[in-house]
Write a protein that binds this ligand. Sequence first.
Ligand code: ADP
Ligand code: MG
Ligand code: MG
Length: 199
Amino acid sequence: MLDADFFRRWMTAAAVSVDREAERLTALDSPIGDADHGANLQRGFRAVTAALEKEAPATPGAVLQLAGRQLISTVGGASGPLYGTLLRRTGKALGDDGEVTEEQLAQALRAGVDGVMALGGAAPGDKTMVDALVPAVDGLATSFGAAAEAAEEGAVATTPLQARKGRASYLGERSIGHQDPGATSSALLIAALVEAAGE
Ligand code: ADP
Ligand code: MG
Ligand code: MG
């Protein structure tokens, strides 16, 4: 079973990973964006860890909803509301349970990813974070490791795609040949699940 502590470890591991990879995320956002993705998420996840320390929410759902609210209120870019929606919807779907199963998490994350697609209008293949998140949810049916691997593969597979959503879509065909920064950070977020599980 996964308790609030597990979800705190997930968010903390994601924050550490975003800190470590911030320069790379910003570099990916340079040719097909405005070179701020690393800084955006760094600001957001620092606020997440600070809020979790201060408020110490008691349930998995409350941890993710607090994290989502912090991302929405501190990240200016497109990714803030999208990641915020992902975590808030996922947290909401987990309800008030003190502990949840991996299967509950997989179902809740699917609701979260549906929320991202509804808000941003992106479908798989549009060269966005959705291209890492959808395969991750499918992989979660197997294990955290399978989800992380699927997310990473999904991120890498955005390189030959032409962007149809977000800033990168303004570049048209010139967006081809670059890995999407948001899909890359989504793969980091899912990889952090493996760390939280101590696998
Ligand atoms: P901004 O583009 O506002 O500077 P960021 O650089 O933080 O925001 O985030 C860019 C990432 O957000 C993109 O790489 C993409 O993965 C994701 N993104 C942008 N628009 C959408 C959308 N409509 N749906 C899903 N993801 C999106
Ligand atoms: Mg940007
Ligand atoms: Mg920006």
